[in-house]
Design a protein around this ligand. Sequence first.
Ligand code: ASP
Ligand code: MG
Length: 443
Amino acid sequence: MKILKFGGTSVGSVENLHKVKDILISDNGQKIVVCSAMSGVTDQLVKLVAYIKLKDAEAITRNLHKLESKHLDVIDVLIDDIALRNDLKDGVSSMITEMLELSNQEYSEALNATVLTFGETLLTYIFSGFLNATNVSNKLLSAKDFMYVDNTDNPNIAKVSKKLTKIINTNPANIYITQGFVCKDHLNQISTLKRGGSDYTATIIGAALNAHEIQIWTDINGLHNNDPRYVEGTNPISHLTYNEAAELAYFGAKILHPQTVSPVVNKDIPVLLKNTFDPEAPGTVISNKTYRKGLKAISAKDGITAIKIKSNRMLMAHGYLRRIFEVFDNYHTSIDMITTSEIAISLTIDDTTYIDEIVKEIEGYAEVTVEQNHTIICVVGESVINDKNSHKLFEILNYIPVRMISYGGSNNNISILVETKDKIPTLRFLNEKLFLTHQEPVL
Ligand code: ASP
Ligand code: MG
């Protein structure tokens, strides 16, 4: 069994849906195909949720009609057979009518998740219909029937496995189509795996079925060694370890949801990152094999807030740090970077939901400074701290005001914190220093 996940751009137009179909029929193996919503649709649904909260009936209707025309237009071009086409269009229209009714109800968390994941519901319905109409037989599975993850940080793979295995055994098929992103929580309510979560759906399913491979199809030839949106001359990386991929995804590599690899690490199921628009390109293989140690890639995570906590009362005295961390813990706010001196500690967070409460509590015994609009730039590779070239990273100190540096937290990551306005020059500088003049690392 293989799991193939296609992202929003891959399923974002009629032309691209044909490409996805060609990829699916290029081998005969049994597969589960996880699809995102068409690109732009989830963003539109985020707006719909806002209108539901505001009880703005007119805006709700407008939003849903726009969504309906977008999907009906796709069906019009996608399906040749008139009867099949009309069937699918009727199906979409009644889903929209149902959603319109739901959207005029009282807001709830479950409604929020149902609305946000509606793009996946629509697209998989259309795509499965299209494949059947072109004699690529498949079964459409509702992820709500088996994605009982309970806890999204620590999904219950055994439960997903039990549910899904039963469904598959009673519905034999070669190709299954299902929705990414949506799941059921511990209360059995509809929930989501957070934005970009379809990648995570694919690896949860892969782990649950002990798949022999998971393929994540996007619009780029694998994970690049630097951010191609800001830096010229980046290259795809052929192999990454799970650790490297996890660090890069967590620290900003947009191609992968941060939790993607976690379900498969202990199962040693390879995750391939492939390009729908260049299927022959090798892409990136993520596995537990280390092909080459040393510097591999640079990534950047925006939206970081730096917090400096200063106290004259022996900050490093025992128990003091625990007291500070407890405050963050009580507000479920995780810390990314930490640096310390005798009288101060600086740390970073990305979720500022409870920043006011946190600051207020710590201000009871220390002076707190909050600085927003920072970016963590992360240099990643197995044993990167031993790479002969890594020291060149610190030349950045001559050019850009660096707010924090984290070195040695693990052997695989060196992070620096800069103001977001300095992100692009920093990425370009590091690319130049670390990759363009890069010789093979001597460890
Ligand atoms: N459609 C969802 C999003 O845009 C999930 C995904 O594409 O992975 O975040
Ligand atoms: Mg994605």
